[in-house]
Design a protein around this ligand. Sequence first.
Ligand SMILES: N[C@@H](CCC(=O)N[C@@H](CS)C(=O)NCC(=O)O)C(=O)O
Length: 229
Amino acid sequence: MIDLHYWPTPNGWKISIALEEMGLAYRVVPVNIGRGEQFASDFLAIAPNNRMPAIVDHDPPGGGETVSVFESGAILLYLAEKTGRFVPADLRGRVDVHQWLMWQMGGLGPMMGQANHFANYAPEKIPYAIDRYRKETVRLFGVMERRLADRDYLAGEYSIADMATFPWAKAYKILTLDLSEFPKVAGWLERIHARPAVRRGLEVARELSKPLDDEARTVLFGVGEPTPD
Ligand SMILES: N[C@@H](CCC(=O)N[C@@H](CS)C(=O)NCC(=O)O)C(=O)O
């Protein structure tokens, strides 16, 4: 059994989708990031960066003590290694998955996150910041468009790189990106969205998702760290 420390956001969906795709048994442990539960000491013991998702595997490969993993990219690699699925066995295929997974982790996710923050949440409208992260997001969509010109998935076969990228890319609307400029990305989004496991992953704890209220904005964007325990 795997404990999934989770809240329904793009980084959380990466892992709920992967667990569904891999058919692994898991139970959801909600981390209400709008109420500061990411700063609780028992959560920090497994996720010292005070961000979800994180997992605890009570049945790790080879047995022995539980394994805990934080950072969504590391979790995806762990789950792929555990199941032997969604990363090819051959060197070149593996390298392709790794580089596109890192591209998402270091590029698309952080840039879209900042673009969304400055466009939709920052208390002041800072045109330079809004523009800077939006342009970077558009550039990254262009990179994806070219990559998908002659293949159905980022690393050829459907892989954890797609599972990492899809929940962010599907949020293009919050940045008012025009998807008609990226037809290959649009097709790729449709193909992934049609997968039953992806649909199930996006439904996990959906009822917890709420628009950010004042308290959540203070916890997530304010100064200082609340300590719930
Ligand atoms: N690089 C991390 C990012 C995780 C992340 O940013 N999670 C957000 C929600 S999507 C979070 O937990 N935020 C809590 C906070 O900002 O305090 C990963 O990929 O796991």
